[in-house]
Design a protein around this ligand. Structure first.
Ligand code: SAM
Length: 237
């Protein structure tokens, strides 16, 4: 059985696609897609030899070697241009995901869907998508082992302004996810509380600081905290 996090990623992938899972480690996602008959072909990419061997073993043991190719290499370099319909990057930091996509942009010409699950800095992923003309079509938030995970699925095509109609600034929406906000996702309150806690810890650590820089930082953090409190009160309406 795969984790709730990876199940939520799998649910966003339509049947019959050629799916590249970059940074696949154990290749669990592609094996799961093959077992549930929703996979045309899969490519598991890994930059590190240990996880690459894990993936190769897992695919061989699963009996899906005819359908899933395991390749050793950095990011999207393992793909031929136009090879994958869907590219998945899951379980990595948001800045690494954005950098892998940027460095391999030319491989995405025929890709119609990106499914991205950043472990942090989701705002960097959403910024990349917006700047590169990808439209966010679905977002999910799942909780596993006490940790909240966000998943963003985007399609190629000129986005309309995705942040219309919500009473927050772009930076807050990029952090929270515009569709999760629009839908008032049931776990969003917890996600917002995490941000407020993070700001409280930062404010605590500056409590006894007296330098002008620290005081300026305190004011910024306090202003940020007020903006997040506005999100909390909007959510509770
Ligand atoms: N995608 C799986 C999941 O969500 O459960 C595995 C996530 S694992 C924490 C991240 C994997 O990404 C590691 O196995 C790591 O070796 C791989 N990785 C990191 N940077 C990479 C890169 N530039 N290209 C390919 N794989 C990379």
């Amino acid at each position: 059985r795969i984790s709730d996090r990876l199940s939520a990623v799998a649910r966003l992938i339509p049947p019959g696609r050629i799916v590249a899972d970059i940074g696949s480690d154990h290749a669990q996602l592609l094996v799961h897609l093959a077992e549930h008959q929703v996979l045309d072909r899969g490519i598991a990419g890994e930059v590190n030899r240990g996880p690459y061997e894990n993936a190769a073993d897992r695919v061989r043991e699963s009996g899906w070697s005819d359908r899933i190719d395991v390749r050793l290499g950095d990011g999207l370099k393992v793909l031929r241009p136009g090879e994958a319909d869907v590219v998945v990057l899951a379980g990595m930091g948001g800045s690494l995901i954005a950098s892998i996509l940027s460095r391999g942009k030319e491989k995405l010409d025929a890709t119609t869907q990106l499914v991205l699950q950043p472990n942090n800095h989701g705002d960097q992923v959403r910024r990349w998508l917006l700047e590169q003309g990808w439209e966010i079509k679905q977002e999910e938030l799942v909780k596993e082992g006490g940790i909240l995970y966000e998943i963003v699925s985007a399609s190629s095509g000129a986005p309309e302004h995705p942040y219309q109609g919500l009473p927050f600034s772009g930076d807050i929406l990029r952090k929270l996810g515009p569709l999760l906000c629009r839908d008032r996702h049931p776990l969003l309150g917890e996600r917002v509380a995490e941000e407020v806690d993070r700001l409280d810890r930062a404010l605590d650590s500056l409590r006894s600081a007296r330098t002008p820089e620290a005081q300026m930082r305190q004011q910024q953090l306090a202003a940020d905290r007020r903006r997040w409190e506005e999100v909390q009160s909007w959510l509770s309406q």
